[in-house]
Design a protein around this ligand. Structure first.
Ligand SMILES: [Cu+2]
Length: 400
C-alpha cells in the first residue's frame, strides 16, 4: 500500500526540502533500546532529539528556518501567565461571531453561533473524509494551525500553540496538571457520577468501565463554556438528530485511565513510532485501524479522545472541547517526529484515499489535491503542509 511519489513530485520535494548533507543515519528501531528505556520514556526522548537534529539539517523554504521557527511547548512547561492568556484567547474565540458563514448559509447551520463553532461544524462536516484517510495527519495539522492563527490574530494571544503529551499522564490522566481546575489549567475533570455501567463499543468490540468524572466541568477555564453543536455519536447520551442542530450544553469530561494505560503509554507511543516505517502502517496503527491486535483498537489518537471522555469522545464534534487542539498538536508532534527521523523518505510520503477506510471507494489522494476547510478557511493544497518548516500557508514551527 506504500505509494512512491511520482518523479516530478519527488524532485520538487527534494528541491525545497534538501538536506545539507546526505549522511543522515538510518532511522532507529525499537531493538536499539532496552524495554525499560521504552517504558519510561527515555527512548522517546532520545528519538525526539535525533529527529530534532535531523530537522536542523533541513533547509526551510519561504523564509522559514529551524532557527526562526516558532517553538511549540508542552502545556505544563508554559509559564502560568502564558497558560492563562491562552485559555483567555480560547474563550474569546468561543464568543466571537462566525467569520465565514454567510447570512444565506446560517439557516442550514443553526448550531453555529461563534467562530469556534465554525471549527466544530467543519470537523463534523468532514469527519468521514479526514480520518483513516491519506490526509488525516495533514488535515488536522492545518486545522490546528488555523485555530492557532485565530487565537493570535482575532483574540490577541501572543504565545504559540501548546500540546498535551498524554504519555506523561498515562497512569492517571485525572491527576494531570492540565486538569487541576485552577485558572492556569485547561479546566477540571468533573464530579464523579456513580452507579454507571460499562459501555460496549461495537466498532472496536471493546467494553470499557466508567471514567473518573461524567458531568460538566467544575472549575477553571471553560466552566461556563456553552457548546452549541453535537454530540452526534456518543454512547449513553441524547445525540442530536441532525448534524448542525443547535443543542446548547456544557462541556463534559470523564477522564479515564482505562484508555491511556493501554493506548497512550510511552511504550505504545515508542513502538508505533519505531515499528512502522511506511506511512500506510504508521497512520493506520496510530489511529487504531491497524488490525486484529486489541492494542490497535483505538491507537494513541483514539485512546486520548476516549480517555478524556465526554465531548472529546464524540467522533464528529470533539473539537468542541478546546483540549482537542492540544491533543491534536501532540498527534502532529508525533507525526512530525516520525517524518523527521527520515525526512527524505517520509516527508512527502502519503498513502490512501479521501474516504474513511476507503468506504465508499474513492481515488488515491495526491499531493496536488486540495483539502477543504469549510467554514474555517479556503482550500489548502495537500503538498503545501507536509513540512512544518515549509513556510507555505504560514507553517513555520517545531516542537520542543
Ligand atoms: Cu478529527
Amino acid at each position: 500500500m506504500f505509494i512512491s511519489l511520482p518523479l516530478a513530485m519527488a524532485s520538487k520535494a527534494f528541491a525545497s526540502l534538501s538536506t545539507t548533507d546526505n549522511t543522515q543515519a538510518a532511522p532507529p528501531h525499537s531493538g536499539d533500546f532496552s524495554q525499560q528505556d521504552i517504558i519510561d520514556g527515555t527512548a522517546f526522548n532520545n528519538i525526539s532529539r535525533e529527529a530534532d537534529q535531523n530537522m536542523q539539517a533541513l533547509i526551510g523554504t519561504s523564509g522559514c528556518t529551524y532557527d526562526t521557527a516558532q517553538q511549540r511547548q508542552e502545556w505544563r512547561t508554559l509559564e502560568p501567565a502564558t497558560r492563562k492568556s491562552f485559555t483567555d484567547a480560547v474563550t474569546c474565540l468561543t464568543t466571537l461571531p462566525p467569520t465565514h458563514m454567510t447570512a444565506e448559509e446560517a439557516p442550514s447551520y443553526p448550531g453555529i453561533k461563534s467562530r469556534h463553532d465554525e471549527y466544530v461544524a467543519t470537523h463534523i462536516n468532514y469527519t468521514l473524509n479526514i480520518h483513516n484517510t491519506a490526509d488525516f495527519f495533514a488535515w488536522h495539522r492545518t486545522f490546528v494551525h488555523f485555530w492557532e492563527q485565530d487565537l493570535q490574530n482575532l483574540c490577541g494571544y501572543a504565545g504559540v500553540m501548546p500540546y498535551w503529551n498524554w504519555a506523561l499522564d498515562a497512569d492517571a490522566p485525572q491527576d494531570s496538571p492540565l486538569f487541576v481546575g485552577d485558572e492556569y489549567s485547561m479546566g477540571s475533570n468533573v464530579a464523579f457520577i456513580p452507579d454507571r455501567t460499562d459501555t460496549w463499543l461495537a466498532e472496536q468490540n471493546v467494553t470499557y468501565p466508567p471514567g473518573t468524572g461524567g458531568g460538566c466541568l467544575l472549575s477553571g477555564p471553560f466552566t461556563n463554556l456553552t457548546i452549541n453543536l453535537g454530540p452526534l455519536d456518543l454512547p449513553n447520551t441524547n445525540n442530536v438528530n441532525s448534524s448542525f442542530e443547535y443543542n446548547p450544553h456544557c462541556l463534559s469530561r470523564d477522564l479515564n485511565p482505562f484508555f491511556t494505560q493501554i493506548y497512550n503509554t510511552f511504550n505504545n507511543l515508542t513502538h508505533v513510532l519505531l515499528d512502522n516505517t511506511d506511512i500506510a502502517s504508521f497512520q493506520a496503527n496510530f489511529q487504531g485501524y491497524g488490525g486484529a491486535n486489541p492494542a490497535d483498537h483505538f491507537g494513541a489518537h483514539g485512546g486520548a479522545h476516549w480517555a478524556t471522555g465526554g465531548s472529546m469522545s464524540d467522533f464528529h464534534s470533539s473539537p468542541a472541547d478546546p483540549l482537542f487542539f492540544l491533543h491534536h498538536a501532540m498527534v502532529d508532534r508525533v507525526y512530525t517526529l516520525w517524518q523527521n527521523l527520515d525526512f527524505n523518505a517520509r516527508g512527502m510520503a502519503i498513502s490512501g484515499t479521501s474516504t474513511l477506510g476507503n468506504s465508499p471507494p474513492s481515488a488515491e489522494m495526491t499531493l496536488e489535491d486540495l483539502m477543504p476547510f469549510g467554514f474555517v478557511a479556503g482550500d489548502v493544497r495537500f503538498g503545501d503542509v507536509m513540512d512544518t518548516l515549509g513556510g507555505e500557508r504560514g507553517l513555520c514551527y517545531r516542537y520542543v
